[in-house]
Design a protein around this ligand. Structure first.
Ligand SMILES: Cc1cc2nc3c(=O)[nH]c(=O)nc-3n(C[C@H](O)[C@H](O)[C@H](O)COP(=O)(O)OP(=O)(O)OC[C@H]3O[C@@H](n4cnc5c(N)ncnc54)[C@H](O)[C@@H]3O)c2cc1C
Length: 370
């Protein structure tokens, strides 16, 4: 059997790409070494969020959040999609100015959002600590359950003819891949979509692991209503080095709360670290004091694939013929998966992309050669 595209990795990115490629009638095979969606995809919070740190990030996230809305339009339940919106919290006047700027940028791009003064902030979220200044409510942001979405996308790819193989890719070779058992799979295109492990196959990639911790509580329905994120998050999420924690709290449709998150560069040991977890939980409780009374059921970690400029790599490898990339999605891969799949597929079939592709092309990194 001839394979047009061999997708390495069945996380949310590989699954979304397989689905979009199979929809074009291409012969797709996905190879996964563990369970579907068991990497960073299982660890992620599943917040579908429009981010505006730079124009390319805004274009990609806004495009993808709209694609998610289309995907779940018929039935949101299988993805556990809930349109809870994001509430960005301003702790002081400086952060309120950031909220105002964010409102201006998002509004210019047609993203519905509302600036909140302190009184309306507490009307929306009474559990927040006293003394906060206000916030910004972005109503169309949403949440999904990422491993389930990955499984659903892969199942749809399979219904469109894609094949799933179990196995560990140990090297990308000319015309295909070498598996750990010594066998080879040949394909016209190899799509490297295996998240933070992509550097194991292609060491030249400008991608580093960034470990994150998450905790999940028992069920407390109605305690909070939005995904709550501190505006200070933007500073810590983009720090170039060092460990950091930021307040990020999500109401699951089950009534459980997901508490995040931490960021540690170049840590690949996935063990839960009590010190950083305690720091993260204490920081979260400083925003929602009632969290200290809740029962935490489980904590885990995952590895984000952080690219050097914070944007994913979507497109052909500039110096390895027939090798394509969909990696480096850092803390936004659930959000941007569907747009990634569309941008990648359009390039492969030679169609115009819906948004300008240049900011995401791997060729922007000189170290990848030409
Ligand atoms: C704590 C945390 C919170 C997050 N929160 C959010 C959020 O709220 N919103 C958001 O948009 N994003 C979030 N993210 C980011 C998001 O989870 C990732 O960007 C996304 O899951 C990346 O998906 P992926 O498919 O590229 O990688 P992965 O999910 O890691 O999938 C890669 C797959 O490849 C397989 N694989 C690896 N190597 C090989 C090999 N050699 N051979 C075969 N198979 C292989 C792995 O087993 C895995 O299944 C978060 C991440 C973390 C860690």
């Amino acid at each position: 059997m001839t394979i047009d595209v061999l997708v390495v990795g069945a996380g949310i990115i590989g699954a979304a790409c397989a689905d979009a490629l199979a929809a074009e009638g291409l012969a797709v095979t996905v190879i996964e070494r563990e369970a579907i969606g068991s990497g960073a995809t299982a660890a992620g919070m599943g917040h579908l969020v429009v981010m505006d740190d730079n124009p390319a990030e805004l274009a990609l996230t806004a495009y993808s959040v709209a694609l998610w809305r289309q995907l779940v339009a018929v039935d949101p339940k299988p993805h556990e999609y809930s349109c809870c919106g994001t509430l960005w919290i301003a702790a002081d006047e400086e952060e309120l100015a950031v909220a105002r700027e964010k409102q201006r940028t998002l509004s210019e791009h047609g993203i519905a959002c509302e600036l909140l003064d302190a009184a309306s902030l507490y009307a929306h979220e009474p559990q927040l600590r006293p003394g906060l200044c206000g916030g910004l409510r972005v109503s169309a942001d949403a949440v999904v359950y990422p491993p389930k979405s990955a499984a659903l996308l892969l199942a749809r790819a399979q219904s469109r003819g894609a094949k799933l193989r179990s196995g560990q890719v140990s090297a990308v070779i000319e015309g295909g891949v070498l598996l750990a058992d010594g066998s080879e799979i040949h394909a016209s295109i190899v799509l490297v979509a295996n998240g933070s492990a992509s550097v194991q196959l292609l060491p030249e990639l400008p991608v580093r692991p960034k470990k994150g911790h998450i905790a999940i509580t028992d069920r407390y329905p109605g305690m909070i209503n939005h995904q709550l994120v501190e505006l200070g998050y933007i500073k810590s999420a983009h720090a170039a080095d060092g460990d950091s924690v930021a307040f990020n709290l999500q109401p699951r449709p089950t009534g459980q709360l997901l508490i995040g998150s931490s960021r540690q560069f170049d840590v690949t040991d996935k063990t839960v670290e009590p010190a950083i977890l305690a720091r993260m939980l204490a920081h979260a409780a400083s925003f929602v004091p009632g969290l200290t009374d809740l029962h935490v059921l489980r904590c885990w970690t995952g590895l984000r694939a952080a690219s050097r400029d914070g944007l994913p790599l979507i497109g052909p490898h500039p110096s390895r013929p027939n090798v394509w990339l969909a990696t480096g999605h850092e803390g936004l891969g659930i959000t941007t998966s569907l747009a990634t799949a569309q941008l990648l597929t359009a390039q492969i079939v030679g169609r115009q992309t819906q948004i300008p592709i240049v900011p995401y092309l791997p060729a922007r990194f000189e170290q990848l050669g030409r």
